[in-house]
Design a protein around this ligand. Structure first.
Ligand code: 3HC
Ligand code: NAI
Length: 678
């Protein structure tokens, strides 16, 4: 039974139960409308309470129904019907009232919520606007400024804040939502006129919208949904409700049929799919992890330590010398102090996080750890030595992990007597902030260790993607391919800033060469200035190591402002000439085609090799780890929208290799994740 109705005294309680998140699919909408209409007809019913069973109030429209023909009653009609009802309707909210869920609540005459409830209109994150009255009713209830904030950011707010804004009428005690909603319904049952949100005037004017658009211009660049939100909000100010609702509906229909929303919906499900490991028994119990050892207190080690400390785990941090340890510790302290100063963390939480940290120079101190992660120099000999040492001190059953960016996990595991307990945990910089975690499975990594890594990732708020053991795993493998194609372009005479500009124009936050300058041009450099085999070597040999050196592909001033560097260009030019490479005119379109299609080709190779389980996992890695715009869905989704056959044709036209899997998918008109014929 999806929707049930129970009469208690004069109050009709409509309870919806559609696990897991009470999405407002067709059956729910139909059942809800029927129950409401029946309640309106029954003379003994004086007021109606709408509540949900399970973990949450309605989490929104059923996203999997988008793109299919709509079935009556559609959500906007349901909301209008609720608002028009002649008897008062109270929404009883727990968990999350999101999207269509909040729109149902807005159409109700009263809203009661528990303190832990969160209310929001996250449609913009799916490339949409609220399509069931949210853009029209919310500004009428909370004013234009607050509504703009909620609708365009898509971020939910807690019940307490919602009550301050007038979005929630009564905050009920945790655990007694239904009782208090009933009591509220009894109190207001006879009150007339009914407070219909749609009949209220809008408080505020378009200046709040303009202000928001201006302050967030950079962040919103390239995206269609936020602009549509602004337009719908302006309609709320300028037009009567019915006309505003029609504007909203028109914009929603346009967006839901567009590429950006398709990409963001793809991404929503991709992120959830990534948590699943094909062939892994879902009932495996993860190992308990409470204390984590971190080896190396450099950039990554300090960040990794904080990622655990902030989530309540204990960390033992080990270094080779007191100086390096002090530097790492100071870095961690500074980061927590800054978080407290910026109001992102309470002083108490910062102090508690630091209190969970201990430091050591002695491997024996790692004996009590459940997991030990190594983040030392990216050199196989050093990694193997470290692993042999931790293997000697770690308790039986402890997991040993490496944060290596490119190295062979199996070779590292072979330095221990427990390769089944070795796994790659590839964090991204800054590790305390970046959401992505590549979980690299070695040839012998046990299912339980994998399950533990995935569960742990979730616990510390990371999005984990499992990768097979191969050079650069998923993310860096695509990055390396893009870089080698970008180097080719440099040798043909294209300037680094032209390549960067093309990528920024495409929607990336930063081009490949600015990114290289920021990360350090010398990452992976062999450190022999006499050995110049590519552009990177040539720049490093000249001391152009990136932003940290004040010069890389660009020159940097004290404020870290980048300007194109004539010297870098001359170095590249000299190297190209030395290689006998002639400059040629490269059409601007070729820059993106060659660098991005090369990534798609590499992605197809990752799939064929089984390094990535599915194309959508590659998308999750590049959106979360490398700034690929989520409204373009990730490189593999984007490739499918662009057309695989077109990409194959262009790769061939550029004389570039085409992965057999890519050619096969293109020839068959299939998508990457379509099941392969048996
Ligand atoms: N429609 C369909 N399926 C949904 C869904 C939705 N709105 N929301 C969640 N699900 C599914 C997930 O895909 C997942 O399925 P799986 O178990 O098969 O992978 C399952 O429900 C559980 O979801 P999560 O793993 O995300 O569970 P969490 O507890 O971590 O999070 C949540 C719960 C906060 C509700 C989160 O799922 C969420 O943010 N959902 C989307 C909310 C949203 O965007 N709503 C707006 C929809 S658009 C809309 O309403 C348009 C309207 O204006 C007309
Ligand atoms: P880093 O140079 O900032 O830090 C390395 C630290 O390890 C130094 O503090 C050093 O003293 C310490 N160390 C070296 N040998 C050691 C040993 N035998 N025992 C204990 N400590 C030792 O380097 P970074 O950037 O933190 O990188 C560490 C690892 O993380 C590398 O494998 C790197 O490939 C990987 N990585 C780096 C990323 C980045 O963006 N910097 C991103 C993801 C992974």
């Amino acid at each position: 039974m999806t929707v049930s109705a129970t009469l208690r005294g004069a109050i009709l309680e409509i309870m919806v139960d559609n696990p897991p998140v009470n999405a407002l699919g067709h059956a729910v909408r139909k059942g809800l409308l029927e129950a409401l209409e029946a309640g309106a007809r029954q003379p003994e019913v004086e007021a109606i309470v709408i509540a949900c069973a399970g973990r949450t109030f309605f989490a929104g429209a059923d996203i999997s129904e988008f793109g299919k023909p709509p079935l009556d009653p559609i959500l906007p009609d349901l909301c209008n019907a609720i608002e028009a009802l002649a008897k008062p309707v109270v929404a009883a909210i727990h968990g999350t009232a999101l999207g269509g869920g909040l729109e149902v609540a807005l159409a109700c005459h009263y809203r009661v919520a528990v303190p832990s409830a969160r209310l929001g209109l996250p449609e913009v994150k799916l490339g949409l606007i609220p399509g069931a009255g949210g853009t029209q009713r919310l500004p009428r209830l909370v004013g234009v400024a607050a509504a703009t904030d909620m609708i365009v950011s898509g971020d939910p707010i807690p019940a307490g804040k919602a009550a301050e804004l007038g979005l929630v009428d009564h905050v009920a005690a945790e655990g007694s939502l239904i009782e208090e909603a009933h009591r509220w319904a009894q109190v207001i049952a006879g009150r007339r006129p009914l407070p219909r949100t749609g009949e209220r005037p809008v408080a505020g004017d378009a200046a709040a919208i303009d202000r928001y658009a201006e302050t967030h211009a950079r962040k919103l660049r390239g995206q269609t949904a936020p602009q549509a939100c602004f337009e719908a909000l302006r309609a709320a100010i300028d037009l009567p409700l019915a006309e505003g609702l029609a504007v909203e509906r028109g914009l929603f229909r346009q967006l839901v049929a567009g590429d950006q929303s398709a990409a963001l919906r793809h991404y929503f499900f991709a992120e959830r799919r990534a948590a699943r490991i094909d062939g892994l028994d879902a009932s495996i119990e993860p190992l308990p992890i409470e204390t984590v050892g971190v080896i190396g207190a450099g950039t990554m080690g300090a960040g990794i330590a904080m990622a655990f400390l902030s989530k309540g785990l204990r960390v033992v941090l080990l270094e080779t010398g007191a100086d390096a340890l002090d530097r790492g510790l100071a870095n961690i302290r500074r980061t927590y102090e800054a978080s407290v100063a910026k109001g992102r963390m309470t002083q108490e939480a910062g102090d508690q996080a630091l209190a969970r940290l201990s430091t050591t120079l002695d491997y024996a101190a790692l004996g009590g750890c459940d997991l030990i992660i190594e983040a030392v120099f990216e050199l196989m000999a050093v990694k193997r030595e470290v692993f042999a040492r931790i293997d000697a001190v770690a308790r039986p059953g402890a997991i040993l992990a490496t944060n290596t960016s490119y190295l062979d996990i199996d070779e590292i595991a072979a330095a221990t007597g427990r390769p089944d307990h070795v796994v790659g945990l590839h964090f991204f910089s800054p590790a305390n902030i970046m959401k992505l975690l590549e979980v690299v499975r070695g040839a012998r990594t046990s299912p339980r260790v994998l399950a533990t890594a995935m569960a742990l990732a979730k616990r510390i708020g990371k999005i984990a993607v499992v990768a097979g053991n191969g050079y650069g795993f998923i993310g860096n493998r695509l990055l390396a391919r893009r870089r080698s194609e970008a180097f080719e372009l440099l040798l043909e005479g294209v300037a680094p800033w032209d390549i960067d500009e093309a990528h920024v124009g495409f929607g990336m936050p930063m081009g490949p060469f600015r990114m290289s300058d920021l990360a350090g041009v010398d990452i992976g450099w062999h450190r022999d200035p006499a050995r110049v085999e590519n552009v990177r070597d040539a720049l490093c040999a000249a001391g152009r190591l990136g932003q940290k050196a004040g010069k890389g592909y660009y020159d940097y001033d004290e404020a870290r402002q980048a300007t194109p560097s004539a010297e870098a260009l001359a170095i590249i030019d000299a190297f190209a000439r030395g290689q006998g490479r002639a400059r040629r005119d490269v059409p601007r379109d070729d820059i993106l085609e060659r660098t991005l299609y090369a990534m798609v080709d590499e992605g197809a190779r990752l799939l064929a090799e089984g390094i990535a389980q599915r194309a959508s996992d590659i998308d999750v890695v590049w959106v979360n780890g490398y700034g690929w715009p989520s409204y373009l869905g990730g490189p593999m989704h984007w490739a499918e929208r662009t057309g695989l056959a077109h990409i194959v044709e262009r790769l061939r036209a550029h004389g570039m290799p085409v992965a057999p899997l890519l050619a096969e998918k293109a020839a068959r008109g299939e998508r990457f994740d379509d099941p392969r014929p048996a």
